[in-house]
Design a protein around this ligand. Structure first.
Ligand SMILES: NC(=O)c1ccc[n+]([C@@H]2O[C@H](COP(=O)([O-])OP(=O)(O)OC[C@H]3O[C@@H](n4cnc5c(N)ncnc54)[C@H](O)[C@@H]3O)[C@@H](O)[C@H]2O)c1
Ligand SMILES: O=C(O)C(=O)C[C@]1(C(=O)O)C=C[C@@H](O)C=C1
Length: 368
């Protein structure tokens, strides 16, 4: 069992991996390095790591069992290249978390050439946010964690990596780097391009229609949330996955032409079928697992409808350090009661909230 871990890159993903390892087994010693010293200091302060390294390859790197590279994908390749000349522990495992795999695994095979065991990794959960302050120990709960092990990696090596990642509560799945980049191109990379393009469509109409920005409601905000992601990260991802993405551009252009034809020719039945089939497929996405549908867990609370009720309820949760992902007043009933909808990242947090609210109040809670 690995007892000493080294994390290069202490942002959202690296930080969440560190927190999940620490929460699962505090005895694991984690050293962390980040080119941004503030991130590293925060990671230490948050208890994600035990020790900050101020150089990327410290002398005690030769004693670590597993090295996680959780940097943007182009930096990941640079680090793998530099690692080839570093003295490391025999049987050390190196893994990454990059959103692309083909180029990263190619560089590992080229520079580490089996001398060092490399397991491509990619947790299929995250956020449009970046940095250690967005990191959560349960970020990967119920998500798929994709592994693309090279031929030099044994089953025991994979088990050792999965054991250290047990605290993520993710579901591990193996695939080839090629399959990984094709699939993630479809369900992650290209959707990020589309989200950004929809933002540009609004921006490009703002001069003619100044209200565009102000009238943007839930639908536009939902579909464009990921356009707030880290541009540095997505620049690298698109350049790493150019091949599959160029095919997806062609598919998308054909699809838009097809739908344009339905509208232009007023093909009502085709338009209905278009939305109906999309709804059927989307509604069929697995709810429990993350990465497919944001697995927010909603709790409804019957509350008296008076000023300050929201801060009263969130105050209960704050007292017990229960984190919330969203809160909305969804209904104000004629009589004195209203309904709050509280959203949580995990079912466990929702359970904690139910107990917390019943402990501090008589407000009725229910799950739909
Ligand atoms: N954001 C997501 O939803 C998500 C999900 C799964 C995988 N990923 C992948 O995880 C990786 C990290 O993404 P993130 O969301 O954690 O980004 P992030 O910006 O939150 O964190 C990246 C960290 O790496 C540091 N860094 C950059 N270059 C470095 C270098 N050369 N040496 C050391 N540290 C360096 C940055 O200072 C930053 O703190 C990326 O490869 C991304 O594709 C992201
Ligand atoms: O949840 C989000 O905001 C994400 O964009 C996470 C997301 C994705 O779903 O595309 C982004 C990049 C990753 O490689 C994996 C997951």
């Amino acid at each position: 069992m690995a007892k000493k871990i080294y994390l290069i890159g202490l942002g959202l993903i690296g930080g969440s991996i560190a927190l999940s390892i620490k929460h699962n087994d505090p005895s694991i010693h984690i050293i962390g390095f980040d080119i941004n010293n503030d991130q590293a200091a925060l990671a230490k302060k948050l208890g994600a790591i035990d020790e900050v390294s101020y150089e990327i390859f410290p002398s005690d790197i030769s004693s670590v069992d597993i090295i996680f590279i959780s940097t943007p994908v182009e930096q990941t390749i640079n680090i793998i290249k530099d690692l080839k000349d570093v003295e490391l522990k025999k049987n050390v495992i190196i893994t990454d978390v990059g959103s692309t795999k083909v180029k990263i695994v190619e560089s590992a095979n080229k520079y580490l050439n089996g001398r060092i065991k490399f397991v491509g990794g990619h947790p299929m959960a995250g956020s449009h946010k970046s940095g250690i302050l967005a990191a959560k120990p349960h970020l990967f709960e119920n998500a798929f964690y994709i592994l693309t092990p090279s031929k030099y990696v044994t089953l025991e090596d994979l088990e050792q990596l999965k054991n250290i990642l047990e605290g993520t509560k993710a579901n591990f799945i193996e695939m080839s780097p090629q399959e990984h980049d094709r699939v993630t191109g479809v369900i992650s990379h290209f959707p990020h391009i589309v989200a950004a393009s929809l933002v540009y469509q609004a921006k490009n109409h703002e001069e003619q229609f100044p209200l565009v920005k102000r009238l943007a409601a839930g639908g536009f905000r939902d579909i464009t949330r990921i356009a707030s992601s880290n541009p540095y990260m997505w620049r690298d991802i698109l350049l790493h996955n150019k091949g599959p993405l160029l095919h997806l551009f062609d598919d998308w252009i054909s699809e838009m032409e097809r739908v344009k034809g339905f509208v232009e020719n007023e093909e009502a039945e085709n338009l209905y079928d278009y939305f109906e089939h999309a709804k059927h497929y989307r509604d069929g996405l697995p709810e429990k697992q993350k990465g497919a549908i944001p697995s927010f867990y909603d709790l409804y609370v019957d509350v008296p409808d008076y000023p300050g009720i929201i801060s009263e309820v969130t105050g209960f949760l704050a007292q017990e350090k229960i984190s919330l992902t969203n809160i909305r007043i969804i209904e104000t009933r004629e009589e004195i009661y209203g309904v709050l909808r509280l959203s949580f990242q995990t079912e466990h947090d929702r359970e904690l909230a139910i107990n917390c609210i019943s402990k501090y109040s008589t407000y009725e809670t229910f799950i739909i």
